[in-house]
Design a protein. Structure first.
Length: 240
């Protein structure tokens, strides 16, 4: 399997970067229907998907009082990062802290496991335990919480259908029914996401390592559609 580009180090760590290409599109329900059918005939689905071929993703994004992560995204800052808590499925039984970063147009991610009780403590304002674990990413979050006043900001939830293709280490996802509760209070309470900022729209994402195989490139094409800056976090922040 082809590996992603490895250059430099991440912000706040001495670990090498493993970076991937990531392109995003907003597509219509009609385009979604056509693409889902086409992709399902060509590529296997993610093994974690449910009987309908999809699974739920729920994330809680952090930002500073000055909306640093949001502003850097909207301004297209070349080297940027954002932190989030994430779980998959209907319940927060398996939680991860993730730091997503972008460098020179390529994307990468670091992650660390959190228990439900640790997430609850973090959301209640406790952070000393982040140092006790001795993990670099948790220590980095601790210093960002103290130094930049990073705080939980917005919950983003959607249903994802994912397709895989081994050459190029490709992952194609269709993210549907994007919704938010506008703050952090509903993150550990599934089902409390009343707002739908992207109703009737789907976000198509294509991630790959060094190259995108022609089969995938042709499979995800839709007439007149071009890649563009599309952030689910930024879309949901409209409803703060």
């Amino acid at each position: 399997m082809t590996t992603g580009t490895t250059i430099g180090t991440t912000i706040g760590t001495t670990e090498p970067l493993r970076l991937r290409h990531e392109v995003k599109h907003q597509i219509s329900p009609q385009e979604d229907l056509v693409l889902a059918s086409r992709l399902g005939k060509l590529f296997p689905r993610d093994g974690h998907a449910g009987p309908d071929g999809s699974y739920r993703v729920t994330s809680l994004y952090f930002d500073t009082p000055y909306d640093t992560a949001l502003r850097e995204k909207l301004d297209g800052v070349d080297r940027r990062e954002k932190f989030r808590l994430r779980y998959y499925g209907e319940r927060p039984d398996f939680l991860k802290l993730e730091k997503k970063f972008k460098v020179n147009g390529l994307c990468g991610k670091r992650s660390a496991r959190l228990t439900w009780s640790e997430a609850e403590r973090l959301l209640s304002g406790e952070d000393a335990f982040l140092l006790e674990r001795g993990e670099p990413l948790l220590s980095e979050l601790y210093h960002k919480l103290r130094g930049t006043l990073l705080r939980p900001r917005t919950v983003v939830c959607y249903d994802r259908e994912a397709f895989l293709y081994a050459p190029g280490n490709v992952r194609v996802t269709l993210d549907r029914d994007l919704r938010t509760c506008g703050d952090s209070t509903g993150f550990l309470s599934p089902g409390s996401f009343p707002l739908k900022p992207l109703d009737a729209l789907t976000v198509l994402e294509v991630k790959y390592d060094a190259f995108l195989p022609d089969l995938v490139r042709l499979a995800v094409q839709t007439p007149g559609r071009r890649a563009g800056a599309c952030s689910k976090y930024a879309l949901c922040r409209r409803f703060d």
